[in-house]
Every structure is written in C-alpha cells, then in structure tokens.
Design a protein around this ligand. Structure first.
Ligand SMILES: Nc1ncnc2c1ncn2[C@@H]1O[C@H](COP(=O)(O)OP(=O)(O)OP(=O)(O)O)[C@@H](O)[C@H]1O
Ligand SMILES: [Mg+2]
Length: 244
C-alpha cells in the first residue's frame, strides 16, 4: 500500500511546489511509483514546474465529479518511467473537494503508487483540510523568517489537533549572509525553537529559480549542490531519520 505525503505551509511562496516536484522526482528516480497531485485550487502551478502545461486536459475536479475516469487525469511526467501528475482545476468553479473525496481518491491511488504527494496552497483552507484527512505524513515547507516560522508552528499545532503526528519541516531559502548579519535566525535557533522536527535546510539558489522557470526539477540537473541536498532530505523524510 502506498503512503500519502502532504506538502503544506503557513505562509505563501515558501517553496512547497518546488519541493513537491523535486521530492517526487527523487523518489521516482529511485524506481518508486509516484503520483504528484496539485491541490492548489485556483493558484495551481505544478504543471508549469513539470513542464506539462500544454498537456493538461482533465483534472482532479473532473474525476471527483465523474466527468472522466481516474486514468484520464493521470499524466506521465516527461523523462520519468514512474512519475505521474494530476492537475487541479484552474479556477474555483463551485465544485468542492471534501475530506471524503480525498480519502477515497488516495485509497485507490495507494494500490498503484508507492508514494502520493499532495501539494497544497498556503494556509489552512478547505483544500488543506480535505487533503490532511487522506495524508499519512506532512512536510511543512517554511522560510527562515520569524513570520514564516510562526505560521509554520501555527500550522503544526493545527495538524496535531487533527491527530496528525507525523510532521516534519523543511527550511527553504536559507540566506547565509542574512544569518551572518543576524537578520534571520540561525539554524541552531530554528531547530531548538520549533516543536516540529527539521528534516533539512535548502539554500537560496539560482538553479532552483531556473528550474521552476524551465519546468524541469532541479534534481534532474547533474552536479548541483542543491540537487544532492534535495536527494538527502528526501531520503531522510522517507526513512524518518529526522526523528533520531
Ligand atoms: N531555495 C530556493 N532558492 C531560490 N528560489 C527559490 C527557492 N525555493 C523556491 N524558490 C522560488 O520561489 C518561488 C516560489 O516557490 P514555490 O512556487 O515552490 O512556492 P509555494 O510555496 O509553492 O508558493 P504558493 O504558496 O504560492 O503555492 C519560485 O519562483 C521558486 O523558483
Ligand atoms: Mg505552490
């Protein structure tokens, strides 16, 4: 049976979608069958980060409302044997996705995929609540600024209240100069002052901006430090090594 990861954040723009596509790419490169689901209703962009914007015909809302079968909305990602993607509707059109929908969908997907990765929009809206019901483990992606860290803690508390105990954090967009200047908290401070275990840190990196703009996950580019780092973080999350 497959496992469902939820990628979430309190604050917007922290790097959730970037992390989701790279996490999926790393797992699929290791031979696992992976399904990426865009659940950022109305603000979707996972199709762009995967270079698939011209291939989306059906989406998750079409599956939920019976317009198409599940396999019609599942698209194989170019360059991978076992990485699939399901888009979300480009607009909030009144069709709602509930916890029941997501649980039913993931129960089916778990039979065919080793990992299902759901990328949500920022905050604790309807899509997050629906997705959380189906998730086994949550990865909160945050930036190191105090406002983003507070929002990440608020989200983590909400997840705990929902009974979700398997949560970890990825701290993205680390700017070493700002840490040196004392403008943002350093790594030790972050690790010691959050209740959520930290699975990894990702530096501010131009390669990431290039990769999201070009629609190819940065881990597909050989010889980058960020790619190696993302592979390590992905392994730690799957093995839950951050618990040690
Ligand atoms: N480590 C990084 N270094 C440099 N740029 C980054 C890094 N991580 C993400 N970005 C850039 O930040 C922007 C936002 O990333 P992304 O879309 O993944 O965030 P998000 O959390 O999914 O946003 P939203 O809340 O809107 O869904 C993108 O332009 C991406 O290229
Ligand atoms: Mg996003």
């Amino acid at each position: 049976m497959g496992k469902v990861f939820l990628i979430a954040s309190g604050k917007g723009g922290t790097g959730k979608t970037m992390f989701a596509v790279n996490f999926g790419a790393v797992l699929a490169s290791g031979g696992k069958r992976v399904c990426l689901i865009d659940m950022d209703l109305g603000m979707r962009n996972m199709d762009l980060y995967l270079g698939m914007e011209n291939r989306v015909v059906f989406n998750i809302m079409d599956v939920m409302s019976g317009i198409c079968k599940l396999n019609k909305a599942l698209m194989k990602v170019r360059g991978f044997d076992s990485l699939y993607f399901m888009a979300v509707s480009p607009r909030k059109d009144g069709r709602r996705i509930t916890a029941g929908h997501m649980t039913a969908l993931c129960d089916v997907l778990k039979k065919y995929f080793d990992y299902i990765i759901i990328d949500c929009g920022a905050g604790m809206g309807e899509e997050l609540q629906a997705s959380a019901a189906a998730a086994d483990q949550t990865i909160i992606v945050t930036e190191p600024e105090i406002a983003a860290l507070r929002d990440a803690d608020t989200l983590a508390s909400w997840l705990l209240d929902q009974g979700m105990r398997d949560n970890c954090m990825v701290i993205n967009k680390i700017d070493v100069d700002l840490i040196r200047e004392g403008i943002i908290p350093d790594i030790a401070y972050i690790v010691n002052n959050t209740v959520t275990p930290v699975a990894g840190f990702i530096q501010m990196d131009r390669d990431i901006r290039v990769s999201t703009s070009r629609g190819v996950p940065v881990v597909c580019k050989t010889g980058t430090e960020t790619g190696d780092n993302l592979r390590n973080i992905s392994r730690q999350i799957v093995d839950q090594e951050y618990r040690v």
